[in-house]
Design a protein around this ligand. Structure first.
Ligand code: CA
Ligand code: CA
Ligand code: CA
Length: 209
């Protein structure tokens, strides 16, 4: 009984997001015309597919339903999907992507200090990231460079010091877009790496369900 209670508490601390879709990378401004090219990467870090029909995004206004993510459809374990303010065609072209799920023309745009909110089909908050190098000193400013969130930190909802801007050839496989941005949209570490980094937390979170 005592063990179950301890495991339950740990599960709450680990947070519910670890079982499914998480925010895994973001870049608030890019090098497109009018500084477009921002993107948010969502990744299914769970063991089962997630149907994102009816899911939505909003920025700091925190309103479920603002930007539909239904077009992602079913996202497989380990798969990442992208929301951007570029058109889908432009984003695919500048990053050289093929086959990555992308929702384009995002109208709830990200600023230097802003928030990413992910809601499921019932309007429940699934994951959140509040960020801004002015509000949170010594944290990243993701202008023209993405920041991949370390897998061990997926449960955080506020930007952490120590998270790093993407550099070419980093552990996330980041590369340079044709416009000169650096990031790894649609790509996360190999599943084996994810298991090593998150495995312990997932195991601890499991008894909660
Ligand atoms: Ca922006
Ligand atoms: Ca998170
Ligand atoms: Ca990435």
């Amino acid at each position: 009984m005592r063990l179950l209670m301890v495991l339950g508490v740990v599960g709450v601390i680990a947070g519910p997001a670890l079982g499914g879709i998480v925010i895994s990378e973001w870049m608030y401004n890019g090098l497109g015309d009018g500084k477009t090219g921002e993107y948010i990467e969502f990744t299914n870090v769970g063991a089962e597919s997630v149907d994102m029909t009816g899911w939505s995004f909003d920025d700091s206004s925190r309103l479920a339903g603002t930007v539909s993510l239904s077009a992602f459809g079913v996202v497989a374990p380990g798969e990442s999907a992208i929301l951007t303010d570029d058109s889908v065609a432009v984003f695919e072209a500048v990053w050289g992507l093929d086959g990555v799920k992308i929702v384009g023309d995002n109208t709830a745009n990200l600023g230097r200090s802003d928030e990413i909110n992910l809601y499921d089909a019932a309007g429940n908050l699934v994951d959140r990231l509040t960020y801004g190098d002015q509000d949170y000193p010594s944290t990243v400013r993701t202008q023209n460079q993405g920041c991949n969130i370390p897998a061990a930190d997926y449960d955080y909802t506020v930007v952490q010091t120590g998270w790093e801007l993407a550099t070419v050839g980093d552990a996330y496989g980041s590369w340079t877009s044709s416009r000169g941005e650096i990031g790894s949209p649609g790509q996360v570490p190999e599943p084996a790496t994810l298991v090593l980094l998150v495995g312990g937390l997932v195991l601890l979170a499991r008894p909660k369900r």
